[in-house]
Design a binder for this molecule. Structure first.
Ligand SMILES: [Zn+2]
Ligand SMILES: [Zn+2]
Ligand SMILES: [Zn+2]
Ligand SMILES: [Zn+2]
Length: 269
């Protein structure tokens, strides 16, 4: 089993079947005492390995040479840090990846359709009803009932296509974005400071009891520039190089605003 990239498939097939059963109650109500089916959308939240530490709970930060170690004893540092994203929990809860959800929905929708078509069922909007029921209704010219079947099943929401969630626009449904700190190099904040100073070399010393340094004749000014590189664990990402998206907080998506997270609509709009 590969551990690096595990795509958790969500099945929408039971959801479509349940929706269809409910829509068919319009044609044939459930028998007395029969358990009524509820169309519940599959749970779209997944618990996955924290992407920042790959589920290890900690990260290892190896310092690269930015010039900061020159003259320092011990050379480049290596740090083991508790993962700043999951805080060591190793796992994170998020919506299933919107791009893989889109594939799951399309696949299950096709499966649902082909299964009913092969049984000889007749499509009524997005729903399917048994052929004999359909013929019965058309004979009776019961257009109203057919319309109800159609509305009960509903149409896919154009924004979220049955899923009820919208991918986050800020991170494209990734959940994470690159560390926003421009100075962040592989989890280290590298800052260069250049200090220029001039020092006056004086021939004399402390002059009298005034307490001030005073240059006397014959002094010369020396100008110097000093570049200092300081390297610290990045304060923005804590060394993780990525941060949870500030909009979805790492959840990748949010309930669809167009359909209030239902995933479908009764009629066209
Ligand atoms: Zn982590
Ligand atoms: Zn929607
Ligand atoms: Zn950073
Ligand atoms: Zn986001």
């Amino acid at each position: 089993m590969t551990t690096a990239c595990m795509i958790i498939a969500v099945s929408f097939l039971p959801f479509f079947e349940a929706k269809n059963t409910v829509a068919n109650y319009i044609v044939e109500p459930p028998g007395e005492g029969a358990e009524r089916v509820d169309a519940v959308r599959p749970d779209l939240t997944v618990t996955e390995k924290c992407p920042a530490c790959m589920g290890k709970g900690e990260i290892t930060l190896e310092e690269q040479d930015f010039g900061q170690a020159t003259g320092r004893l011990g050379g480049l540092r290596k740090k083991h840090l508790k993962c700043p994203v999951c805080k060591g929990a190793k796992k994170m809860e998020a919506y299933a990846s919107p791009s893989s959800l889109a594939i799951d929905v399309t696949r299950d929708r096709e499966k649902f359709q082909s299964e009913h078509l092969s049984k000889g069922d007749v499509p009524v909007g997005e729903a399917f009803i048994p052929r004999e029921k359909y013929e019965e209704l058309t004979e009776r010219k019961d257009k109203e009932r057919l319309k109800l079947v159609k509305e009960t099943f509903g149409q896919p929401c154009r924004t979220c296509n049955w899923t009820g969630i919208e991918p986050c626009k800020k991170c494209d449904g990734n959940g994470f974005i690159k560390c926003p700190n421009d100075d962040c190099k592989g989890g280290w904040a590298v800052t260069k400071t250049t200090t220029s100073y001039s020092r006056t070399k004086s021939g004399g010393g402390l002059n009298g009891g005034s307490g001030n340094w005073r240059s006397s004749s014959g002094s010369r000014s020396i100008k110097r520039k000093e570049e200092k590189v300081s390297v610290n664990v990045c304060p923005d990402c804590g060394g993780a190089t990525t941060v949870p998206c500030p909009v979805c907080l790492g959840r990748r998506a949010a309930p669809c605003r167009k359909c209030n997270g239902v995933g479908s609509r009764k009629k066209g709009y």
